[in-house]
Design a protein around this ligand. Structure first.
Ligand code: MRU
Length: 412
């Protein structure tokens, strides 16, 4: 069963939404109910849900549920929203509030702009149109991820064929871009899933007893291992991506953020590509993504390793020309001054369970003088010069002679 960050019961008029509390992973799976924009704002700001596509989906679903509450007559009687003449103003103010939760990922902002255009009639019609928008967003995000996965896998294998590479290879990734950051399957991790499925099919076809053995060989290159970066300071790589890779039985080895160069220069399995997600891709291709992505791109360039951004076109920001205009979110200093985790029982390597609440005991460990000033940007901007391709559901944007990205269709 695939991991689900967002559970959406889409019964019209009585929709329900639950999100997996990602702060408790990898030791505990607990879902939180979302009933309003306040709930959506809270889980996004606190990073109980995170990842650009998932943030947009939860944001939109929280708007839908707030409209559903407004439609409830008994609720209307006790709320100031009762004055429907001011509905549009009130809803737009609520959308501004939701938008202020996390500034860098553009998917939520794009979705909110779309929703503003739907606020033009009575509440029931607004609810119906947001309901349709929300359902389409969830479904299309999943379908687009699967398409991106295939586009990225085919593209890389074709590139490796061009350079006549044969044999096993490894890939790098940063942060979490999988099922937990999307409506399912993932972006960069989606490409990795597709590459893994192809490798598995290759293995099966090598087994003469397997039905897959009758199928033609598709590539001479095979991804055999993923190296996720731990992704300090929030550790999305070690807490979330590691969890997903283990869950899906994709061979992987976690590395620290500072091990990339040494891994590349010493690994017995050649590293052939890095796949990263995106929080915002502006018009010239500059890309905001998790802090550490820029330096990963520089290292890849140094070693001649392909560096790909993988994102749906909902992550495109068509209003901003260059990356220096992107607002980069700074997280609270204490997210850096402390390592947050779960206490592990030394004897069993299982989390210590609090007897009263029956939940794992959380630990917060200081790693610097508490009055040490720190700088804690959540994202960085990778200049388009260091990006070899932008993999989307529409195809792969690669750079032409003029140094600009052009959409190239991916052939089967
Ligand atoms: O701070 P986060 O965990 O929300 O950051 C997430 C990332 O940077 C992801 O790489 C990006 O949102 C793409 S997720 C498919």
């Amino acid at each position: 069963m695939s991991l689900k960050a967002i559970v959406f019961d889409r019964t019209p008029g009585s929709c329900k939404v639950q999100v997996l509390d990602q702060l408790l992973l990898p030791y505990q799976s607990q879902y939180l109910a979302i009933n309003s924009i306040d709930d959506g704002f809270r889980v996004i700001k606190s990073m109980q849900v995170r990842g650009a596509p998932a943030i947009a989906i939860v944001g939109v679903l929280s708007i839908l549920l707030e409209c559903q509450l407004l439609l409830d007559e008994s609720f209307l009687r006790t709320q100031s929203y009762y004055d429907l003449a001011h509905l549009s103003d009130r809803l737009n103010q609520r959308l501004d509030f939701l938008l202020s939760s996390r500034p860098t990922a553009v998917n939520l902002s794009n979705a909110i702009n779309d929703i503003r255009r739907l606020i033009k009639s009575d509440l029931k019609m607004i609810y119906d149109s947001i309901y349709k928008y929300a359902c389409d967003l969830v479904d299309e995000d999943f379908a687009d991820n699967v398409t991106m996965g295939e586009n990225g896998a085919k593209h890389l294998l074709k590139e490796l064929e061009k350079e006549q590479f044969q044999g096993d290879f490894g890939v790098l990734t940063i942060c979490n871009t999988g099922s937990l950051a999307t409506s399912g399957y993932g972006t960069a991790l989606g490409v990795i899933r597709s590459l893994h499925q192809r490798s598995k099919a290759e293995n099966d076809s090598a087994d003469p007893t397997s039905p897959a053995s009758k199928k033609a060989k598709t590539s001479n290159a095979k991804m055999v291992r993923v190296f996720p970066l731990e992704t300090r300071p929030y550790n999305q790589g070690s807490r979330l991506t590691a969890y997903e890779l283990l869950h899906d039985e994709i061979p992987s080895t976690l590395i620290t953020d500072s091990s990339i160069s040494y891994l590349i220069s010493t690994s017995k399995i050649p590293i052939k590509a890095a796949f990263v997600g995106a929080d915002r891709i502006v018009k010239n291709g500059d890309t905001a993504n998790k802090i550490g992505t820029f330096q990963l791109s520089l290292i890849c360039r140094h070693f001649g390793i392909k560096f790909y951004v993988v994102a749906p076109t909902t992550t495109f920001d068509n209003r901003t020309e260059t990356g220096d205009k992107i607002v980069v979110e700074e997280r609270p200093p204490n997210e850096f001054r402390f390592v947050q985790g779960t206490l592990i029982d030394g004897s069993s390597s299982l989390p210590v369970i609090d007897q009263l609440s029956n939940t794992p005991v959380k630990a917060k460990v200081g790693i610097t003088p508490l009055d040490m000033p720190v700088w804690n940007p959540s994202f960085d901007i990778t200049p388009h010069d260091y990006i070899d391709g932008i993999i989307t559901e529409k195809g792969v944007f690669t750079k032409a002679e003029d140094g600009k990205f052009h959409l190239e269709s991916v052939s089967v």
